[in-house]
Design a protein around this ligand. Structure first.
Ligand code: VGL
Ligand code: ZN
Length: 209
């Protein structure tokens, strides 16, 4: 069993990122049993939810004449324009029904500011606004963050990089993640994570409970 200084951060395991969802990640549903098994080995689990208002700036539908997966430049930099997804309090934003983590202590919702996206569970896309997660984890004595969830190359990678910047030891559990992989984004994400000292591990390296 993992101790009080280690947390499993399970990122965005939500219906809209599952096959058939609004922003489907291929094979995203395959991670659910892996995450359920992993979670039993951690006394401390934190979940995240992508949680956007309907008018969110990351939605292509809110930019006249623009299509999903195009990019645009916003006040804080480049932004991929996504299909409308994870709208607050919709079925698409709900956690996958088979996710079984009754002992999860905190669910952190991100991307709730209409004019700023937040792939990261730690700092919003303006690179200034904290979500409060780093302070919470420090406060409860966490030093090592293990990540799983969706999508490897966006919310998992950005969260992993920010966890490193915040001073945590970080490991990404690769077989408990799936990627969107837009124009090489997955290879780039692993390059950036490896350079930042993020560990790349398999769930078989962790205790079963
Ligand atoms: C995500 C794109 C847009 C993710 C969230 O969870 O990786 N990707 N919003
Ligand atoms: Zn989003």
């Amino acid at each position: 069993m993992k101790g009080a200084d280690e947390v499993l951060l399970a990122v965005d395991i939500q219906n809209d990122f599952m096959p058939g969802g609004a922003l489907a990640v291929a094979h995203g549903d395959e991670i659910v049993p892996v995450v359920n098994r992993l979670a039993r080995a951690f006394s401390h689990v934190v979940l995240t939810q992508d949680w956007h208002p309907r008018g969110h700036i990351s939605f292509a539908a809110n930019h006249a004449g623009r299509a999903p997966f195009e990019t645009t430049t916003l006040a804080y930099g480049e932004q991929v324009l996504w299909p409308t997804h994870c709208v607050q309090d919709t079925e698409g934003a709900a956690l996958h029904r088979d996710l079984d983590v009754p002992h999860a202590r905190l669910v952190i919702r991100k991307g709730h500011h209409a004019d700023v996206d937040s792939y990261s569970a730690f700092v919003e896309a303006d690179r200034k606004t904290p979500t409060g997660l780093a302070g919470y984890l420090r406060d409860v004595g966490v030093t090592h963050v293990y990540l799983c969830g969706l999508a490897t190359d966006y919310c998992v990678a950005w969260s992993a990089l920010d966890a490193r910047r915040a001073g945590f030891a970080v490991s990404v559990i690769e077989d408990a993640c799936r990627a969107i992989d837009l124009e090489g984004s997955l290879a780039k994400a692993w390059e950036d994570m490896t350079a930042a000292g993020v560990g790349r591990i398999d769930s078989s390296a962790l205790p079963a409970r």
